[in-house]
Design a protein around this ligand. Sequence first.
Ligand SMILES: [Zn+2]
Length: 241
Amino acid sequence: MQPQVRSRRLGGAELRTHVPDVTVFGDNGLRIVKIGPMGPFDNNAYIVRDVAAGASLLVDMPLDETPLLDAIAAEGGVQTIIATHWHPDHWASYDAVRRATQAPVLVGDKEIKIPKDRVDGRLEDGREVRVGSARITVLHTPGHTLGSISLRTGRAVISGDTLFDGGPGRTFARGDLETILASIEAKLLPLPAETVVLPGHGANTTIGESRHGFDAYRLEPKAAGYFGDVEWPASNEGRVG
Ligand SMILES: [Zn+2]
């Protein structure tokens, strides 16, 4: 039934690729569909689905609209939408996605600069959101924005722009780099090493790889007060999870 082109192992998890821009991560009846990278900023969106229950949750609403709406239609049952943070590249398809799903949009309870009529609910740290019988745990991971959240489900964590393959997300003001590193250290790195990190942009990584990168960074940290783009000093390129 599953149109699978190839499969490979990543961090102990099975990944199946149907078409170049859609990856399905299967985890005991839970299905996570990665749509991306797409749009001008290589954004990823994710659909988390309890297959038996026919219930789905969408994470982020980036460009491109067409593959995103196609994936929403193909999976079906999107009952909830969560934005990992309120930057335009993560809600650029807001209107089209709302029209297609009629689903409520939820964001972290600390997030700012959101028009009130765009958000239907707020998620505090530790909150569990249900998708069918599956549970998704909200982790408040500030730094990229004040209210950025990551979403843990099964053996994966959807990390928004908090943690990428190769480093933390971009920071925009003095102090924010320390904040995002503290979020990564306190909330993400304690997850099991084999946990697959599904970021808001670019390729996947694992918690184990991220621990190596984080440790290498701690030996060669940026000067206090630095903000902007940071890469872990030890490149993960060429490493296989
Ligand atoms: Zn982004």
